[in-house]
Write a protein that binds this ligand. Sequence first.
Ligand SMILES: [Ca+2]
Ligand SMILES: [Ca+2]
Ligand SMILES: [Ca+2]
Length: 149
Amino acid sequence: MLSLVLFAVCVGLSSQQLPNGHELTQLVDQGFHEMDTDKNGILTEQELGTAYSAVDFNGDGQISFAEYTKYTNQTDAVARPMFNAYDTDADGMLPLDHMADYLHLMDKNDNGVVDIHEYEHYTVKLVQCVYSDHGHGSHGHAASCVTQH
Ligand SMILES: [Ca+2]
Ligand SMILES: [Ca+2]
Ligand SMILES: [Ca+2]
């Protein structure tokens, strides 16, 4: 599962260096606004789906690791834990028809949409987990890290 929502924001995260708090928040906000196509301040399942579809270059309904790195231009050290955080069943693919699951990860108040605060909260935490000293290890680490409080 995931928040591919992340994909837009993660385009700016190609270095090994974690951006500082202000830069990171700016990147996160930028990703949110890019995906919020009707500019109403909330992300719907449909808007997420549209954003994710742009990453599915070969149109097979799934995002592969190769497609993910092509889209985000991240180094493997960053891309791998980020991708794995979404790929909870570890089959190396992110199906586009799991959008509701991805959205649910970020939808803290369970109202079916994601506002910018929910998006920031999840995304900043996930990025910090990926860039942490422990973020390059086992499969799914970043995903479990982000749910810890
Ligand atoms: Ca919207
Ligand atoms: Ca694909
Ligand atoms: Ca919500």
